[in-house]
Design a binder for this molecule. Structure first.
Ligand SMILES: *Cc1c(COP(=O)(O)O)cnc(C)c1O
Length: 457
């Protein structure tokens, strides 16, 4: 007999209550938060889909490893365990722990970038872009065209445009210190990159003698998509696929808050000994000694165990299927989303759903706020508020107006996801009543985190 129900590959040993609130309480809480869900108290949220970063549930094995950790300042046993897991997975010679992904980015770019240089990527994540721009260098996005159109179906919408990369290396190669590819492509909807594409990047980097780094935050989810979708890969383990992905690169930055299955942590890893030495020297200045890098010994243990669990087939099958399950329910109800569903999140197309709310009245904010008021669900606007501000202080529509529903790892069950689908469909069917917002106050940079809004009449 064959069964098709994909169940959570765990049972629950410890539970955390969620707080049910009344609609009128949520209206009050949202008003007090300046109509910005970032400013809510998390306790007032029923299902929190703000991010999948650091919000996962750790396993019993991770918690027990935490109790066994070695908190020695230098040369801790927990560091050597962490280092051997990362080396086994990535093959990189030098492993430098950091407190999270952006610290790895800062250390890499501050040691290797010069003003006026250019770093290509499929899509830079916002902290990656910011850490490049702060060095007065350029962060260039070269994702394939299909990766920029929400409704276009393509198996590897995260692929980098190899022809555009080749043109860049031919024309301005002397300004490119390294090439990056983000797996999966977070800013492009959590879409995967194929092995074939990574091999193409490797070939171009060899020809132009450039180092190739992965932004590896969701390497395991990417490996699973390769197994499912890339010809010839179905019979391989996700770990073997991940090892091949890393073998094509010369180094990586990693946030262990994603596919490290930990609440905090990250690393920078590479083969070049001179770059690694410069990175370690900067690490000591701002993060800590190279055998802990700003983490506790117990964090290193949690990440080491997390990196082993995240490549398990049963976990990845459930992980990717549960995101897809939410996507399928919404597609069946004609709710517009980025297709096909990515690995870690569903992206609602608020601009398509709310044509009567123009981009400068923030349809993403309107939709995110209504989801909170009606159902206690917190998502995040990825649109004109996040990307619409120009350096000269004027505003224009962002490339898209999306609401991201990010799924924390191993946290919510199928009934939670059923509830989310029901709520999104109900809010979408009442869309005619949703109104836009205007900004009351906002800082100059990264305004989406702290801006305050008011509803339009
Ligand atoms: C989260 C993330 C980062 C930054 O990691 P932090 O741990 O949040 O600092 C970098 N790149 C990508 C693709 C990410 O998703």
């Amino acid at each position: 007999m064959e069964f098709h129900t994909i169940i959570e590959p765990f049972r629950i040993k410890s539970v955390e209550s969620v707080k049910f609130t009344r609609r009128e309480d949520r209206v009050t809480a949202l008003r007090a938060a300046g109509y910005n869900v970032f400013r809510l108290h998390a306790e007032d949220v029923l299902i929190d889909l703000l991010t999948d970063s650091g919000t996962g549930a750790m396993s019993a094995a991770q918690w027990s490893a935490i109790m066994q950790a070695d908190e020695s300042y230098a040369g801790s046993r927990s560091f050597y365990r962490f280092e051997s897991v990362v080396k086994d997975l990535t093959g990189f010679a030098h492993v430098i722990p950091t407190h999270q992904g952006r610290a790895a980015e800062r250390i890499l770019f501050h040691t290797v970038l010069k003003p006026g240089q250019v770093v290509p990527n499929n899509n830079h994540f916002d902290t990656t872009r910011a850490n490049i721009e702060v060095e007065a260098a350029e962060a260039l996005d070269l994702v394939i065209h299909q990766g920029t159109v929400p409704h276009v179906i393509h198996p590897f919408k995260g692929d980098i445009d190899l022809a555009a990369l080749e043109r860049l290396l031919d024309d301005r190669g002397d300004l490119v210190p390294l090439v990056m590819v983000t797996v999966t492509n977070n800013s492009g909807g959590g879409q995967p990159v194929s092995l074939e594409n990574l091999r193409g990047v490797r070939r171009l980097c060899d020809r132009h003698r450039k180092p190739f780094f992965l932004d590896a935050c969701r390497f395991a989810e990417n490996a699973w998509f390769i197994k499912l979708r890339e010809p010839g890969q179905a019979g391989r383990t996700p770990k073997a696929i991940a090892q091949e992905m890393f073998s094509l690169a010369d180094g990586c930055t990693m946030s262990a808050k994603k596919d490290g299955l930990a609440n905090i942590g990250g690393f920078l890893a590479m083969n070049d000994p001179a770059w690694a030495e410069a990175a370690r020297n900067l690490l000591i200045l701002t993060e800590g000694f190279p055998t802990y890098g700003g983490l506790a010994g117990y964090d290193l243990e949690a990440v080491a165990r997390g990196l082993e669990e995240v490549v398990e087939e049963d976990y990845l099958r459930y992980r990717i299927r549960s995101t897809e399950y939410l996507g399928e329910k919404l597609i069946a109800a004609d709710v517009p989303i980025i297709r096909p569903p990515g690995g870690h999140a569903i992206y609602l197309d608020a601009r398509a759903l709310l044509p009567h709310v123009p981009p400068l009245a923030y349809p993403g904010i309107a939709l995110a706020n209504q989801l909170y008021v009606e159902a206690g669900i917190r998502g995040v606007e990825i649109g004109t508020v996040m990307f619409g501000m120009r350096p000269d202080g004027t505003e224009r529509p962002g490339p898209m107006d999306l609401v991201r529903l990010a799924i924390p790892r191993r946290v919510y069950t199928q009934s939670h996801i059923d509830y989310v689908a029901e709520a999104v469909i109900a809010v979408a069917s009442a869309r005619a009543g949703l109104r836009g917002y205007r900004i009351v106050s906002a800082p100059k940079t990264l305004r989406h985190f702290t801006a305050m809004f008011e509803p339009m009449a």
